[in-house]
Design a binder for this molecule. Structure first.
Ligand SMILES: [Zn+2]
Length: 372
């Protein structure tokens, strides 16, 4: 699967229609959430997304404005809520500390419509969406493969569409190399080959700028014109950081996939306990995206990705296996109290991650070369 994102150029009327559809979807999302909470409070009953989908025809009868939104788009709203619930329960089960309960979406917090299967097509620089019509699109790069889903997004007052397409895999020749990757907070990533990957300067620059503007926002008076202006500036910088980060993730993942047959990294879903701290929680989001891109590129190139349990990878000696806290002399230095092995602490962790994946890779079934 590969994603293609393009700028949309809706007319004023289409923009109004899109905005109204987003409003209806947000309302549906919030009502569905309220229904689930209510049913649980009153009768300890769990309503599934599937149950709620069955009620859609009734909703359309009672509120005819919902007939103006493509039916699968409405189903997708309920599926999103279902996914939010599932990930909430999964995190609770894993024992994560601060797990946010699914939230109501305020105005401006519901910004996309998904056509999960049907009701859309592209021809040249025209994108068609059922119940909206033909919208001009800026075809910045050719679309490849078979269209699977389409998501329209509103971003800082601009409109975009993202198509997920099924593309033919393009296997790369074997390299005979494998690599372990440890993600960090000081460095973006450290490999078992001893490579330190830094966030690029331009990204660091815009992140710094964003922090400055955010601070200035917190000093502006609520409801003032100045505040509104700065708020728009913050949103734009956020978008810039997001784009630069995405681009950097693509480049970093492509390099790892080109150079290695097997790439091992920690399984973020198993993390939590022991390794969890605030700094990591903030970075988790970025790593999740990076690992998703990596998995997609690997699958496309016929490479393997192994996700390993990261417990104690930073305390275990890669040489003799002795595991204790004292091995880690400082943030960056590792000296084994048992065998005296010295290494950079992050490189030692990356080697352990690779070490955990190699026995797995002999059993291909255990290696998850998953597709996003
Ligand atoms: Zn040792």
């Amino acid at each position: 699967m590969k994603a293609f994102r393009y700028r949309l150029r809706p007319t004023k009327a289409q923009e109004a229609a899109l905005t109204e559809q987003l409003r209806l979807c947000r309302q549906l999302y919030n009502c569905a959430l309220e229904e689930r909470i209510g049913a649980y409070k009153k009768e300890k009953k769990t309503i599934s997304g599937y149950d709620q989908m069955k009620a859609l025809p009734e909703i359309k009868e009672a509120l005819p404005e919902y007939k103006g939104v493509y039916s699968q788009v409405l189903q997708d709203v309920l599926k999103r809520l279902d996914r939010t619930y599932q990930s909430f329960f999964r995190r609770v089960k894993q024992g994560a500390k601060k797990v946010g309960f699914p939230r109501f979406k305020g105005a401006g917090w519901y910004d996309s419509l998904t056509y999960p299967q049907l009701g859309f097509s592209v021809s040249g620089d025209v994108a068609y969406f059922s119940k909206i019509g033909n919208i001009r699109l800026r075809l910045s790069r050719p679309l490849e493969g078979k269209l699977k889903t389409a998501t329209i997004t509103r971003d800082c007052g601009e409109w975009y569409v993202s198509y997920v397409c099924e593309v033919e895999p393009q296997p790369l020749p074997e390299t005979g190399s494998s690599v372990g990757v440890d993600v960090g907070t000081t460095w973006f990533a450290i490999t078992s080959d001893g490579e330190f990957v830094e966030n690029p300067r331009y990204l660091q620059g815009s992140m710094k700028k964003l922090r400055v503007v955010q601070r200035s926002l917190s000093r502006k008076k609520r409801g003032s014109g100045q505040r509104k202006k700065v708020k728009a500036q913050v949103a734009k910088l956020h978008r810039k950081v997001r784009r630069q980060r995405l681009d950097f993730h693509h480049k970093t993942a492509a390099k790892l996939v080109r150079g290695n047959d097997l790439i091992a990294h920690e399984d973020l879903n198993v993390g939590g306990l022991g390794r969890g701290n605030l700094a990591r929680a903030i970075h988790d989001v970025g790593w999740g995206q990076f690992f998703q891109i990596l998995a997609a590129k690997a699958a496309n190139a016929g490479r393997q990705v192994a996700r390993v349990n990261p417990a104690y990878t930073s305390q275990a000696c890669h040489q003799c296996g002795h595991t204790c806290k004292a091995n880690r002399v400082s943030q960056s230095r590792f000296v084994c109290v048992n065998c005296g092995h010295q290494d950079n602490a992050d490189v030692n962790a990356a080697r352990n991650i690779l070490g955990r994946a190699v026995p797995l890779s002999q059993n291909v079934a255990a290696v998850s070369a998953s597709v996003v």
